[in-house]
Ligand binder design. Structure first.
Ligand SMILES: Cc1ncc(COP(=O)(O)O)c(C=O)c1O
Length: 389
């Protein structure tokens, strides 16, 4: 594998590269795509070989037994996360945005409150609103350059109709890994208000040295109100496969989810199952270890480069390839910041406000790209804000 290999994604119907001009006014001719969360890396050989075998046969009929896929998920969770999953707990969904919608549908009703700790991955809010549930934004607070949860404040916000918490763990956009103590406090909060926790752990494979992710399901007696969502797609850059796992240990919650799964006519998609089975393997694991080392280099260069600009600060990411950069102390309006980034630096990055309350002064940069692109982005951004030096 060579993460430095230049792979031109332009003209391939790539959302990240081919839609950035329409969305941000940044042309792919000279612009850098650092927004939507996929990477510019080729998927590992284990996935490619599995796909090659499939396409060589050119038979794309209905799939039967998915035992190998379930075994692969169980193996991955055991070996990479020390979590024992039973094969029957796994539902394959069409990505975790779909999984989020399914959970909302299965476990809440219109008008119920669904809590997000904001700022957070924007699709959650979109799905909650579209499902006609009441979106409750519980703001994260900044402490020592990191986000923390503030349960005292959240208690005061509760109205009694809250039924679900959607947790992003590790956290997108800040790369924060929640500590075991924080997760325990969260579990306690959910218990007090009789809420279900949906823990989206899509980013849990990419954790940097010194940080230890805790799978929520490994906490003691939380399983009666917990749903975990995982996926191979962020890690292995196969998001187009639109596949993910909803894992439910509790029999009652599982039956409720299974009923909605059945009612909506959902069944796994063949390429997603094939790619995930190939990815969640020893070969896939070895590739991920190398990927994490490479991304660790990217984050160090980018964070140092951003922190060198007066008034700009990078939240130190413990996980994900998404850098969360605060421009608040530049004193500029966010319109001015965005204009300097898009028109000046020619970079398409995600606007902080799209992640909900508290994100307004931030921009999110996707570092899942070649080192040379990260270095170029640092140079361009330092130049776009050079009057602050
Ligand atoms: C926390 C989180 N959940 C879900 C998704 C999207 O998942 P999917 O492509 O499986 O729908 C993303 C994508 O960035 C994400 O960051």
């Amino acid at each position: 594998m060579n993460f430095d290999e230049l792979i031109d994604r332009r003209g391939t119907n790539s959302n990240k590269w081919d839609d950035m001009e329409a969305k941000f006014g940044v042309s792919a001719e000279d612009g850098l795509a650092m927004w939507v969360a996929d990477t510019d890396f080729r998927a590992p050989d284990c996935i490619q070989n599995a796909l090659r075998k499939w396409t060589e046969r050119a038979i794309y009929g209905y799939q039967g037994n998915d035992a190998a896929y379930r075994r692969a998920v169980v193996w991955w969770m055991q070996n990479r996360h020390g979590w024992d999953v039973h094969p029957d707990w796994i539902f394959s969904v069409h990505g975790l945005v779909n999984g989020t919608g399914m959970c909302i549908d299965a476990f809440t009703k219109p008008g119920d409150g669904v809590i997000l700790f904001t700022p957070v991955y924007h699709a959650f809010a979109r799905v909650i609103r579209a499902s006609e549930r009441d979106l409750i934004e519980c703001p994260l607070v900044q402490q020592d350059g990191q986000y923390r949860m503030d349960f005292e404040a959240y208690e005061a916000q509760m109205k009694g109709h809250e039924r679900m918490i959607i947790l992003c763990s590790p956290h997108n956009p800040s790369g924060r890994i929640w500590s075991r103590e924080e997760l325990e406090e969260l579990a306690e909060f959910a218990r007090r208000h009789d809420m279900i926790i949906v823990s989206d752990e899509i980013h849990h494979d990419i954790t940097f040295p010194g940080a230890q992710h805790t799978v929520m399901a490994k906490l003691g007696d939380i399983s009666d109100r917990l749903v975990t969502m995982t996926s191979s797609t962020k890690t292995f850059n196969i998001a187009g496969a639109h596949t993910g796992q909803v894992i439910i240990g509790d029999p009652d919650l599982r039956a409720r989810f299974a009923a909605r799964y059945q009612a909506l006519g959902i069944s796994p998609n063949a390429p997603g199952i094939l790619m995930t089975t190939a990815a969640f393997s020893p070969e896939g694991a070895a590739w991920v270890d190398k990927l994490v080392t490479y991304l660790d280099g990217n984050r160090q260069i980018f964070e140092a480069g951003m922190n060198a600009i007066p008034g700009v600060s990078a939240m130190h990411i413990q996980s994900t390839y998404l850098a969360w950069i605060n421009f608040e102390d530049t004193g500029m309006e966010s319109r001015e910041v965005i204009s300097r980034i898009e028109k000046g630096a020619r970079i398409a990055a995600s606007h902080g406000a799209s992640f909900g309350a508290g994100g307004e002064t931030f921009m999110r940069f996707n570092l899942g790209t070649r080192r040379a692109v990260v270095e170029e982005a640092v140079t361009r951004l330092q130049s776009a804000f050079s009057d602050l030096q």
